[in-house]
Write a protein that binds this ligand. Sequence first.
Ligand code: NAP
Length: 214
Amino acid sequence: MRVGILGSGLMGGKLGTLFARAGHDVVFSYARTRKKLEGLVREAGRNARAGTPGDAVQEADAVLLAVHWSRVPDVLRQAGDLSGKAIVSCSLPMNAGNTKLVVAHTSSGAEELAERVPKARVVAAFGTVPSEVLFSVFEARGKSTQPSLVYCGDDARGKRTAAALIRDVGFDPVDAGPLRIARYTEPFALLVAQLAYEGKGGPELAYRFERFGG
Ligand SMILES: NC(=O)c1ccc[n+]([C@@H]2O[C@H](COP(=O)([O-])OP(=O)(O)OC[C@H]3O[C@@H](n4cnc5c(N)ncnc54)[C@H](OP(=O)(O)O)[C@@H]3O)[C@@H](O)[C@H]2O)c1
């Protein structure tokens, strides 16, 4: 697939690198400096290049949205027309201090995003995983039981695209249902962050999901 990365920080930088290493054509965009994007391209290898948000979206089969919630309006404006695109969003609707969700209970960041880009195929995925574990999960692909990763969305094609990307990173994709399920996965992501960064076990413990039975 051609994958456009909107937001090339901890999540976008790592996921984009892994998508490229898995064989997808990746365009990194939306860092504060061009130098940052070029560094990521060197790390990610020959399937990656740097561009503007418009470049990232133009030919993309899938778009990863990985910016702070406060940057979503700006990056969407720069990205341009997202009609028909699968948008895989890991962006959580956090306040400026990243201490609480600013959308919750009766809606979710993912649902608000879908309202902003009604013609796109929005899927919520990767928001429940700490960026620190992504490379280890990728390296362990095929070697052991894969950790589960939940995703949700209302568009079947968007969900197939997201599931393929989730699998390529090394997770077992678990379809949690329609996009409104993000009302539960987004607070769950805060629990994961609490375990990862304030508990004793670190990010690996926070994402020790195991399959029951086989
Ligand atoms: N980190 C995690 O483990 C994790 C896990 C699950 C979900 N999430 C969610 O994923 C989203 C991205 O998180 P992240 O940790 O990847 O964030 P991040 O490291 O801060 O990355 C954000 C990206 O946006 C870019 N950006 C462009 N213009 C910006 C501006 N004016 N101000 C601030 N940033 C600007 C940053 O540029 P630079 O590269 O130049 O800084 C960076 O590439 C967030 O919604 C977060 O809640 C994060």
